[in-house]
Design a protein around this ligand. Structure first.
Ligand code: MG
Length: 278
């Protein structure tokens, strides 16, 4: 049974399938007015609080860099590995706000691969608030930033990723510092390679999977419990950024990270919002 099929069955079993959606996947005027992503998109676009969550996270990361420099002398000094920060890309240092605005404008109510790929190739991503300053600050202190991301735009995924980071003005936007994982979203092997050569002072990400693979589970309560076990890491070596539209929290809700727009998807989103999946 496929994941999407399971989602359909679950949605119907829950007895809350939205009749208003009518099963149509094409955009209609009603879709635009009733888009279930509207609140999430509005928060992304307008909330100063959201921008300051980014600033707050980069301030924490900068404090981590400063503390590591104070604690061990200059990076690369005798007996010590050089310092590094390992960062996710999308919605950590690159914002997807304009992608989601485009998606909502097109009347779509779920992640859309075609729109995403086009937007990536147009260098659509912009830097998140504080990302440019942070990466250049780290560079100025001799601390390298490595980017580990899971994207797939085909054979030129790596080239496009580096171009996006460079276009946004981030430091270390080069092949030596960018790893685009096409085959898996498991970042741990790439992170371990970096950690073998560098002392990693912080991991930056908008998805728990950016910190540890063990959070990659498809149960909402289990995922929350696993994160809670590691609560002492957050705001310290795990620096977390906000993302209310996509990521593995969606996988815990739907069984897949990028569910298609179906009546069952809309119904299950509503159940999640009502607290019925906790
Ligand atoms: Mg991300």
């Amino acid at each position: 049974m496929s994941i999407s099929r399971r989602t359909v069955v679950t949605g119907i079993a829950g007895g809350t399938v939205l009749t208003a959606a009518g099963g149509a996947s094409a955009a209609t005027a009603d879709d635009a007015a009733q888009n279930i992503l509207s609140a999430a998109g509005a928060w992304r676009q307008t909330a100063a609080e959201r921008d300051m969550l980014y600033r707050q996270a980069f301030n924490i990361a900068r404090d981590r860099v400063d503390a590591a420099l104070r604690g061990g002398g200059r990076p690369g000094s005798a007996g010590r590995r050089p310092l590094a920060v390992v960062s996710d890309v999308d919605d950590t240092v690159l914002s997807s706000d304009t992608y989601w605005a485009r998606l909502l404008t097109a009347g779509k109510q779920a992640f859309d691969d075609t729109l995403w790929d086009t937007w990536i190739r147009e260098n659509g991503p912009t830097p998140t608030p504080g990302a440019v300053d942070f990466t250049h600050y780290a560079a100025s202190r001799g601390v390298e930033v490595f980017y580990v991301s899971s994207r797939d735009q085909g054979p030129d995924t790596q080239e496009l990723g580096v171009a996006n980071l460079r276009h946004a003005g981030l430091a270390f936007a080069d092949d030596a510092h960018v790893t685009m994982l096409r085959e898996s979203s498991d970042k741990e092997p790439a992170q371990r390679e970096i950690a073998a050569r560098y002392e990693v002072v912080a991991y930056l990400g908008d998805n728990l999977n950016d910190f540890r693979r063990r959070y990659y589970v498809d149960s909402v309560p289990q995922r929350k419990a696993l994160a809670a076990q590691d609560a002492e890491h957050f705001g310290r070596d795990f620096v977390l950024f906000p993302n209310n539209t996509d990521g593995h929290w969606m996988r815990a809700v739907f069984g897949e990270s990028e569910p298609a727009d179906t009546p069952a998807y809309r119904a299950r989103m509503l159940r999640a919002a009502r607290g019925e999946l906790n």
